[in-house]
Ligand binder design. Sequence first.
Ligand code: UDP
Ligand code: MG
Length: 155
Amino acid sequence: MMERTLLLLKPDAIQRKLIGKIITRFEKKGLRIIGIKMLKLSKENAKEHYSHLLDKPFYPGLEEFMTNHPIIAMVVEGQECVEVVRKMVGVTNARKAESGTIRGDYSLSTGRNTIHASDSPETAKKEVARFFSEDELFEYKLAVFEYLYAEDERE
Ligand code: UDP
Ligand code: MG
């Protein structure tokens, strides 16, 4: 099933000049990038985005980090891409993340783990809508589409 998911390249990824390397991984996997922009997260948006963490002791630091610096938001699309992308990203604590994952290769931290990715198809729908309006998302034809998916995988 074709899905969309939201990615945020966090301030540490930008400072550490990892933007290109991270985006390249999604391009090489065959995912279609349908939206991308740089922005500053508002405190309200941070509270909404991290609503499951508001009562955690690390939340104030997380909010400060995520709202005081620009981030890059992206939407990618592909078959079952929410799960695919979470696997590519690796677990939250980058010290435990497998080598070969983005967090596993580029970070040693939980609070500076370079990237956010939506954790379920339901969350992804909400998160895509939180960061992008429909006119910021582009349904262009990927020329290699027939080489990325077989006939029975294209819906
Ligand atoms: N986080 C943190 N300390 C923790 C747990 C989470 O700083 O003990 C931060 C971390 O940056 C993480 C984000 O909060 O990526 C969101 O946490 P979540 O549990 O949703 O993990 P994720 O979905 O990013 O793997
Ligand atoms: Mg999460």
